[in-house]
Ligand binder design. Structure first.
Ligand code: DGL
Length: 276
């Protein structure tokens, strides 16, 4: 990582995490489960959701605005907890943030995991249009020359469906089955959930495959990667009394309900518009 050196932060500085909405909460939750002492600031860009249908330029503009907020709040690390933003804006954000914070995307740790654990296997990948059309996983996986065959499918209805609270019901089951039965996804050994919203429908995806296909979700892989990097940098927080703060660019009941689902009833949501 190019901006790994010269960080001037204290270990008590927060980890900043952002996504278009609730999807990144799956990553934030895994980070807090693995590193309970870390302070965290979460930003859900609910005003611009879904990111998966936006242009690369639009996602880059949103990401820079959010990074500015997280930097102002003194974050030591910025986690792009969104595949669409990781594919569209990681390189730009890394350049922009430079020495002020360490930037982590959700794609590289997953690519490492897949190529180490599934060499020579056939892997499927579902994600937003932005992520799939960027072909970033195909490119990064083929660079590793591990013999992985990657089959990808854009599944644009899934993130808005999850944001609207449609999971674990007949509608979500039907939509999931329609996508997963696509001939592009035949003969898989494993399926990558290349959208941070999808762990919320992981159970339904597992049921569809009845245990015959391994389901790979990046939240654990990414949180382990962050812990390793923070330890290397001497930036792991060991003090107790950690806090988590949650910001959205537009208040929605759905976001508040989901945040409470992950982080308990005491969550207080603050609204902060990106262009005020
Ligand atoms: N959770 C995001 C991702 O990983 C974005 C979903 C969306 O807003 O379209 O791609």
């Amino acid at each position: 990582m190019s901006n790994i050196q010269n960080l001037k932060h204290q270990p008590t500085a927060p980890i900043g995490v952002f996504d278009s909405g609730i999807g990144g909460l799956t990553v934030a939750h895994a980070i807090k489960a693995l590193m309970p002492h870390e302070n965290m600031i979460y930003f859900g860009d609910t005003a611009h959701l879904p990111y998966g249908d936006k242009s690369e330029a639009a996602i880059q503009a949103y990401s820079i605005k959010i990074a500015n907020i997280l930097l102002q709040k003194g974050c030591k690390v910025i986690v792009i907890a969104c595949n669409s933003a990781s594919s569209a804006a990681y390189e730009l954000l890394k350049e922009y943030v430079r020495k002020e914070a360490y930037v982590i995307n959700v794609i590289d740790p997953m690519v490492d995991f897949i190529t180490k654990q599934f060499g020579g296997k056939t892997i499927g990948l579902i994600g937003t249009k932005r992520t799939v059309q960027s072909a970033i996983y195909l490119r990064k996986i083929s660079e590793k020359k591990s013999g992985v065959i990657l089959k990808t499918l854009a599944t644009p209805l899934l993130a808005p469906m999850i944001e609207e609270g449609f999971f674990n019901n007949q509608i979500s089951k039907d939509i999931i089955a329609q996508y997963l039965s696509d001939s592009n996804l035949s003969g898989l050994d494993a399926l990558v959930l290349a959208c941070t919203h999808y762990p919320l429908i992981r159970k339904e995806i597992e049921e569809y495959y009845a245990g015959k296909v391994a389901i790979l979700d990046s939240s654990d892989v990414v949180s382990s990667f962050i812990k390793y990097q923070l330890a290397e940098l001497g930036l792991l927080n060991t003090e107790s009394n950690s806090t988590s703060r949650f910001y959205v660019s537009d208040y929605t009941d759905a976001f508040e309900a989901s945040t409470r689902l992950f982080f308990g009833q005491n969550v207080h949501l603050e609204c902060m518009r990106l262009w005020d």
